[in-house]
Unconditional design. Structure first.
Length: 299
C-alpha cells in the first residue's frame, strides 16, 4: 500500500510537502500494536477508553502528522522501551521481504554491510538533507529538529512448517558480517519480570548507564541491547530496599558487583552476553570499550 508522510522539516511557509512511501501494510502490524500500547499507557485513566488502535499504517501516520501528536511524541517517544532516557534514539524494527535476505546472504564479503548500505540509500532518497549513517547493525537517522531514529532491518524467521516462530534475524556487519536473531516480546517480558523482582533497580541501572554514556562518553559506541543484557545478567539478586527499610550493604557495593561481573566475564577482550529471556547471543565487540568506561565511571 502507499502512505503519505508529513515530516516537520517538509513544512515551508505554511505549505505541506508530503512524502509517499510504498510499503506492505501487513508487515507493519507490530508497529501498529506498539503505537497503540504507547498511547494507551500515556492516556489519563478517564481517557483510556477513547484510545483506539490504528487499523492501517496510513491512519497511524495521519495521527503522527497532527500537531498534538507530534508534541506528545517529543516527550513520550520511548514508552516502548522503559530503559530508554530522553537522549536515547527511537528504535524501529523494519521487516523486509525474505527475498532481500536471500539476495544479500548469497553475496560474498559482508552482505550484511551491503544490506545496511542499501537501506541507508533508500532512506536518503526520501530525506536527502538528513544525517543518515549505517552503523554495525542499524541505520541511524538524525533529523534537524533533534529527533533521532535507529532502524534495524530484519526478517521473520520461520519454523519447519513455514510459520513465523516469533523471532527475527538481522544483519551484523561487525567481524566480517553475520546474521543474528532477536525475540523482542520475549526479551521485553523477561526485562519487565526481573525489574519487578528487583523493585525497579534493573530499569534504573540501565537508565543510569545510558545517562553516563550519553553525557560523558558520547564519542564511543555502546548499544542499548548490550546495556540491558549486561545489567540483566549482572544484577543477580540485587534489588532496591523497600521504603522504610534500611540496607545492610555498604555504599558502592552494588556498583562493585557490576564491575566484578564485567571483569570476570571478559576474556581476551571479548564479553559473552545473551539477551534476556530469549538467550540469543548479543554482539559486544563494538560496545565493550565504552561499557568498561561507563562501569568504571559509575564505580
Amino acid at each position: 500500500m502507499k502512505i503519505r508522510v508529513l515530516y516537520e522539516e517538509n513544512i515551508k511557509n505554511g505549505h505541506k510537502f508530503y512524502t509517499t512511501i510504498d510499503i506492505p501494510d501487513n508487515d507493519y502490524s507490530i508497529i501498529l500494536d506498539i503505537d497503540y500500547e504507547q498511547r494507551l499507557a500515556e492516556a489519563k485513566p478517564e481517557k483510556k477508553a477513547e484510545v483506539k488502535r490504528c487499523e492501517t499504517v496510513q491512519e497511524m501516520f495521519d495521527l503522527m502528522n497532527s500537531k498534538e501528536y507530534n508534541n506528545w511524541r517529543r516527550f513520550h517517544r520511548h514508552l516502548g522501551n522503559p530503559t530508554a532516557i530522553d537522549s536515547s534514539d527511537l528504535d524501529i524494527l523494519m521487516i523486509l521481504p525474505e527475498r532481500e535476505y536471500l539476495r544479500h546472504d548469497s553475496l560474498k564479503e559482508n552482505g550484511q554491510s551491503r544490506l545496511l548500505q542499501s537501506v541507508r540509500q533508500a532512506i536518503m532518497n526520501t530525506y536527502p538533507r538528513s544525517d543518515i549513517r549505517a552503523d554495525g547493525q542499524v541505520v541511524k537517522i538524525a533529523f534537524s529538529d533533534g529527533m533521532k531514529f535507529e532502524i534495524l532491518p530484519a526478517f521473520k524467521n520461520a519454523d519447519w512448517y513455514g510459520n513465523w516462530d516469533g523471532t527475527y534475524k538481522y544483519p551484523d556487519s561487525n567481524m566480517g558480517g553475520n546474521w543474528r536473531s532477536t525475540n523482542p516480546k520475549t526479551e521485553q517480558g523477561a526485562m519487565k519480570s526481573k525489574n519487578a523482582s528487583s523493585n525497579g533497580l534493573l530499569f534504573d541501572t540501565c537508565k543510569h548507564m545510558r545517562f553516563v554514556r550519553d553525557n560523558y562518553f558520547s564519542s564511543y559506541h555502546l548499544s542499548g541491547i548490550v546495556i540491558d543484557s549486561f545489567v540483566y545478567n549482572a544484577i543477580g539478586g540485587w534489588r532496591w530496599t523497600p521504603p522504610g527499610n534500611g540496607s545492610s550493604a555498604a555504599s558502592g557495593t552494588y556498583e562493585k558487583v557490576l564491575l566484578d561481573y564485567l571483569n570476570q566475564n571478559s576474556v581476551w577482550g571479548m564479553l559473552s552476553l545473551t539477551a534476556p529471556g530469549s538467550g540469543q547471543s548479543v554482539s559486544t565487540e563494538s560496545s565493550l570499550e565504552c561499557l568498561k568506561k561507563v562501569i568504571n565511571y559509575i564505580v
